[in-house]
Design a protein around this ligand. Structure first.
Ligand code: HEC
Ligand code: HEC
Ligand code: HEC
Length: 439
């Protein structure tokens, strides 16, 4: 089943389930109403300490607030960015301190309620596109710091376009039922047997970092399957690889390489953060170094449980997989295309390899069971926002046909891995093209 039909089927199941649920929901109507919180005057900047604002800035970076709440070429945090979901398009709101169109009239209590319970100041339920499944675990002090940071930004008057959701999902009171099922408002529970750094990392991953928002699979109603946390999910047509013992990288991740990847968007033994991971790493570049280190320590431990399978190749291992000759025999069309379009960057001794960029044999996308990320990288290219990360990889969606992209993916797989070939590649390319262009 392709991801697209899975989405459509999911959307149908979701609409059906909601139609039934809505009968019950109407009966429980009174229960779904949440009260409005009083409007306040926007607090003056002097009310917040410099240190608190600075901590808030770092936490906003961990939480990707700007990634979702800033439109392309728009003012920071002023909203309007379209977010495609299986259930329709949502527009991120304006979270600058503008009183009329932003959150300038929200008290810290109203802000905390929105982040923890997904309820607006005026009492309306918010969609879980704001990842409150995770934000609900954020501590009161951290939410206060985030509030201080947001309230001291430039106020921008701007209203996002109205959401476009599959009926009846535009009806916000239905969200009360969703939250009843899927939003346990539990704080992060520290593990006393682990270090303070591990616990800080675990807290950030589960709360503001919302790594599970992409790296955890979702059920038919779009909620994360919490018992499968971080076992791998998907986002915007890309696969978000598992961050547990089943991570398919051939090159051993450790706390150092994870720190570099998360903070700079690239690591010499793993390649570059592609697709929706690019903006995540770009945001983390603005977070405090200690917090990103703590996240790396936590993920490293998750990837290497006792008896786990990672690694297959230690970072020191010099032997890199490169089956140039057999791959050219098996995939002659891919070999010719690769020589023309790709070898300038990915071939033996290409300038890129001399400045410490990862060879394709070390990149998870090429080793993974599914071809999605290899196909998406060829179609869309890869870019991070830091110029030090040049060269970028250009996208080839306009230059290459589906059959050519499929031939290239098959060639890359045969040349740079010991894994079995991917099946049904051309169909994956057609699907990826559609998913990659949705808003
Ligand atoms: C994955 C995208 C995403 C991320 C990340 C995200 N938000 Fe949002 N947020 C949204 C969307 C979409 C909405 C509107 C939901 C709706 O219409 O119900 C929203 C709504 C809100 C609201 C309610 C505003 C209103 O006017 O009702 C607040 C407050 C908010 N976000 C704060 C934050 C903060 C603070 C962060 C970072 C810690 C953050 N968001 C990160 C997508 C996101
Ligand atoms: C918006 C979706 C999204 C969020 C949020 C997200 N990731 Fe990712 N992540 C991805 C995708 C997609 C990839 C695959 C990128 C590629 O193939 O180039 C990825 C790749 C990774 C990788 C590389 C895995 C490998 O083996 O190559 C690591 C490590 C990672 N993410 C960690 C994190 C952590 C830690 C967080 C939370 C702080 C996080 N991610 C949040 C989507 C996301
Ligand atoms: C201008 C240089 C350049 C060209 C041309 C180029 N690439 Fe890349 N490619 C990169 C860089 C940089 C990366 C990131 C990996 C790294 O840092 O080593 C990358 C990564 C990849 C990845 C891994 C994707 C991921 O999720 O991390 C694949 C697959 C790939 N390239 C295939 C190709 C193919 C096939 C072609 C030809 C159609 C091509 N590349 C052309 C620079 C290039």
């Amino acid at each position: 089943m392709t991801m697209r039909t899975r989405y459509r089927r999911r959307a149908k199941i979701f609409a059906g389930a909601l139609a039934m649920a809505s009968v019950g929901a109407l009966a429980a109507w009174a229960l779904t109403l949440r009260s409005a919180m009083p409007e306040i005057e926007r607090p003056v900047d002097a009310k917040f300490s410099k240190a608190e604002i600075q901590r808030g800035a770092s936490l906003a970076a961990v939480g990707d607030c700007a990634v979702c709440h800033t439109a392309e070429r728009g003012k920071p945090f002023a909203g309007g960015k379209a977010l495609a979901t299986p259930f329709g398009t949502l527009y991120a709101t304006n979270i600058t301190p503008d009183a009329g169109t932003g959150i300038g009239s929200w008290s810290v209590e109203a802000f905390q309620r929105a982040m923890r319970e997904g309820v607006r100041r005026n009492g309306e339920h918010l969609y879980p596109a704001l990842p409150y499944e995770h934000f609900t675990k954020t501590s009161t002090t951290d939410l206060a710091a985030l509030y201080a940071f947001l309230m001291t930004r430039e106020a921008v008057a701007s209203r996002p376009p109205p959401n476009e959701l599959i009926p009846p999902l535009g009806f916000r009171p239905l969200l009360a039922g969703w939250k009843f099922l899927f939003l346990p408002q539990t704080p992060y529970i520290p593990d006393a047997t682990k270090s303070a750094e591990w616990n800080r990392g675990g807290y950030l991953v589960e709360s503001l970092g919302h790594c599970g928002g992409c790296h955890t699979p979702r059920n038919a109603l779009g909620a994360e399957k919490s018992h499968l946390a971080l076992t791998g999910g998907s986002a915007e047509g890309w696969i978000a690889p598992p961050l547990d013992g089943s991570n398919p990288s051939v090159s051993r991740w450790n706390a150092d390489s994870l720190f570099r990847y998360l903070r700079t968007g690239a690591d010499a033994r793993h390649g570059m953060a592609g697709g929706p991971m690019g903006p995540v790493s770009h945001a983390l570049a603005g977070a405090s170094e200690d917090d990103v280190k703590a996240i790396a320590v936590y993920i490293d431990a998750a990837m290497h449980p006792a008896g786990g399978t990672q690694p297959r190749l230690s970072p020191a291992a010099g032997a890199l997989i490169d089956h140039t000759e057999s791959a050219a025999r098996e995939q002659p069309v891919g070999a010719i295309l690769f020589a023309g379009a790709c070898a300038g960057c990915h071939g033996d001794g290409a300038p890129m390899s001399r400045v410490g960029r990862a060879p394709l044999s070390l990149v998870t996308s090429v080793q993974a069971g599914e071809p999605h990320n290899t196909v998406m990288a060829i179609l869309q290219g890869l870019r991070t926002s830091t110029p030090e990360q040049r060269p970028f990889m250009p996208g080839f969606s306009d230059a290459l046909s589906d059959a050519q992209v499929a031939a290239l993916a098959a060639y890359v797989r045969a040349r740079f891995t010991d894994q079995p070939p991917w099946s049904d590649l051309e169909r994956s390319v057609a699907t990826a093209r559609k998913e990659g262009t949705s808003p």
